[in-house]
Design a protein around this ligand. Structure first.
Ligand code: NAG
Ligand code: NAG
Ligand code: NAG
Ligand code: NAG
Length: 447
């Protein structure tokens, strides 16, 4: 029977079908602790960090097409881009990626707008810059997720910045929903700081209020170097800390490069029996070979930056042209990925059991360690952290010097509670797909 609901939604459905035909790529959703394609198959990330040029690698369609062909050969289904220009035209690159089934995880910040560990604040200027990137990339069905920060916290003493990261996620999610954009997952990419484990990751996902937790969490981890093992590398500890995590979690950077050549053995652990039920895959750092020596692809031998004149050369490395695999690393990763195909769980089976997903406890503050009072509200837009003292300084992973303040916080016990994690999202998603599948039947009947 044709209901009035069906009738009123019919134009929407048809518009949706049309959009799918043109975009030709199913969207990705976060449900509970996993990502799913629209057809209900679980999505595992086999990603590559892709930043050929500092400002935006997604503006040169011809270059994207050359690279996408090699990415497809490698078995890539996602890229991560750290910095983009929201004013530029990304249609060509995004559709070249979509045609190859490659999704984008994009960072919303730039060097000028990123949330800082030292004297953290979250303000209108940052919010505006972040949402401009979202405005641009929500247009593309193959945008799989956005990051509100990358390694904002880099030291054991940096916890005061965590609420500012979460406040950014809260405001970006609220903006996304107000603009009626697709529920593009909003997450954070964390540095691997043993002293903050598992407090930081739990803090980001523990709120009873879905609007105040991340949609996914990810970790830049270089623990597995050369020939190692699940226990020797420390992945068993990562797994222990992430077991029963209520939102998707994955490696947003991995691929230790000492010793060379890289064999990417860790991939078989991430996609294997110990971890694949918890982790949603990994993003290998990185596509282009440059000074740091992590590249899978080279566009030519390095040149002396002092004498380099060509515009495609920066930092002594050519940043466009024919992608040539770095050997044997490229082939090693390709061989690893070719054997790894976890099936995961079907959305229909997963959602039946989703109420079994339990909440995690918000970490309580400890003196000299995690310094966030779980009962204190998140910072408001425009708020700046007031520190009591300035005690430590350190050097971040990428050599950036970072200074940290010490947070003052009362040691309040984190209250344990149970909630149906993901339920608001899930219910909407299920209701949506039920209406949709109902409609497909109705439309077939009606036509
Ligand atoms: C669902 O879609 C994905 C992406 O297009 C595809 O790889 C997968 O095989 C599909 N699953 C089923 C059961 O058709
Ligand atoms: C937000 O902070 C940045 C520094 O990170 C500053 O340049 C900008 O003026 C601030 N914006 C507002 C509205 O205060
Ligand atoms: C959940 O968080 C949002 C964003 O901070 C807020 O507007 C809303 O009132 C909160 N809901 C509840 C039930 O506390
Ligand atoms: C998390 O890992 C740390 C080591 O980094 C370990 O001491 C702790 O027991 C783990 N916690 C949980 C809840 O698994």
């Amino acid at each position: 029977m044709l209901s009035s609901l069906a009738l009123s939604a019919l134009p929407l459905l048809l518009a949706g079908l049309q959009a799918t035909a043109v975009g030709a790529v199913p969207t990705i959703s976060a449900v509970g602790s996993k990502f799913f394609y629209e057809n209900g198959t679980q999505y595992y990330i086999k990603g590559i960090a892709y930043q050929l040029t500092p400002s935006d690698p997604l503006v040169d369609t011809a270059q994207c097409k050359r690279d996408v062909a090699r990415m497809a050969e490698l078995g890539t289904n996602a890229i991560r881009v750290y910095h983009v220009d929201p004013e530029a035209d990304h249609k060509g690159c995004m559709s070249a990626l979509a045609d190859a089934g490659i999704y984008l995880f994009v960072d919303l910040d730039t060097f000028n707008t990123q949330i800082e560990q030292t004297g953290p604040h979250w303000n209108e200027t940052q919010f505006h810059a972040f949402t401009k990137v979202l405005d641009e990339f929500q247009k593309f069905d193959n945008t799989a997720g956005v990051f509100v920060g990358n390694e904002v916290l880099t030291t054991a003493e940096g916890s005061a910045a965590a609420p500012y990261v979460l406040a950014a996620a809260r405001d970006v999610k609220a903006y996304r929903d107000k603009k009626k954009y697709r529920k593009i997952p909003v997450g954070y990419s964390a540095a691997d700081i043993p002293e903050q484990r598992p407090m930081l990751q739990n803090y980001m996902a523990c709120s009873k209020n879905e609007s105040e937790r991340l949609d996914f969490y990810s970790l830049n981890a270089y623990e597995w170097c050369g020939s190692s093992s699940y226990t020797q590398s420390g992945y068993n500890i990562l797994q222990k800390n992430a077991t029963d995590y209520p939102i998707p979690i994955f490696f947003s950077e991995t691929g230790c490069n000492t010793p060379k050549p890289r064999t990417f053995e860790d991939q078989s652990a991430i996609f294997g029996k110990n971890m694949a039920d918890t982790w949603s895959g990994s993003i290998i750092y990185e596509w282009i070979e440059e000074t740091n020596n992590y590249g899978l692809i080279s566009y030519g031998a390095s040149v002396d930056p002092a004498t380099a004149t060509a515009s495609a050369i920066e930092d002594g490395f050519t940043r466009k042209g024919t992608p040539t695999p770095v050997s044997p690393d490229f082939q090693n990763l390709k061989s690893q990925w070719a054997t790894l195909h976890p099936t995961g769980v079907a959305l229909s089976a997963y959602t039946k059991g989703i109420s079994l997903v339990t909440a995690i406890e918000c970490p309580s503050s400890t003196s000299g360690g995690w310094a966030i009072d779980p009962s204190s509200p998140l910072p408001t837009l425009g708020q700046t952290y007031k520190k009591n003292s300035n005690t430590a300084s350190a050097t971040g992973k990428d050599g950036k010097p970072t200074a940290t303040g010490t947070a003052s916080a009362s040691a309040t016990e984190g209250a344990a509670y149970a909630v149906t994690v993901g339920s608001p999202v899930t219910e909407r998603l299920l209701a949506g797909s039920l209406v949709l599948s109902g409609l497909v039947g109705v439309v077939a009947f009606w036509l």
